[in-house]
Ligand binder design. Sequence first.
Ligand code: UDP
Ligand code: MG
Length: 313
Amino acid sequence: MDVLAIVVPCYNEEEVLKISSEALRGVLEDLIAKGKISSESFVLFVNDGSKDRTWELIEEEHKLYPERIRGVKLAGNVGHQFALTAGLITAKDMCDVSVSIDADLQDDTAVIEEMIDKFHEGKDIVYGVRKKRTTDTFFKRVTALGFYKFMHLMGVKSVYNHADFRLMSKRALEAFSQYKETNLFLRGIMPLIGYETDSVYYDRKERVAGYSKYPLKKMLALAFNGISSFSIKPISMITGLGGVIVLLSICAAVYALISYFHHNVVPGWTSLILSIWFLGGVQLLCIGLIGQYVGKVYIEVKGRPRYNIEKII
Ligand code: UDP
Ligand code: MG
């Protein structure tokens, strides 16, 4: 029977911790009773350098339910993406399958069973996808949609309306642990792993208690990180722009020469305008070209695995 680890990053979650612990334990007991997972399954709370009583509460829960609740205490606050990674990498050697979920229970714990069923059908990654965003504010909905659209435009593959609520098999976790990059955007890495994936759909709820730890500033940082860690398209755009300006400079040259022969232009204007356009374009083109090499170095430095083997017969 497969051991399930539910990985939960927590930052200042003292208001919700007990509630989440109870709900997630309930999910485990239910799945164990149905014979879908091993009775050694557990919840792994990752304390991301909380400044409140989160860690004390995790310790209390562990004392009360030693076989169900485990905890990892990070030495400081490293942010959601790293906290989750720490949890997944720690869980990798203790479990056969993991599900990551936020501490605030906004994601529907009821679909975890569906995820496990898909896992038993042989899927390695199962994404939890939100049906609609009625509980989010209008602002959050618009910015989130813009974010996905922009990411797509920049050539970053990511599943629409999927946050970090997902199931990963042991071998998906092992493949994931090979991505050593520091600029981490989990949602972008998952499609790169390449194993068979599937999705389950659910309605996202309001936070049970506490407040959001993802203010606009952190959201923008996540968006920029997502693009800059997965795509060197912005550099190609600079190169393209350089090319366009060089072409435009030819038009400008024609215009300047016509003006020179037909009207009375100020002496020096023609040569000046030609130089400005042409040199500007050439400079941009060269910066773009250098950028292409920098982009290649960037990709090499990441040292990402070049492939993952799914099966050998
Ligand atoms: N979180 C974390 N470290 C941080 C910020 C957030 O581990 O620096 C956790 C937080 O405890 C929660 C999850 O990440 O479990 C998602 O955060 P939140 O619910 O505040 O984000 P929102 O749902 O509002 O986007
Ligand atoms: Mg939340």
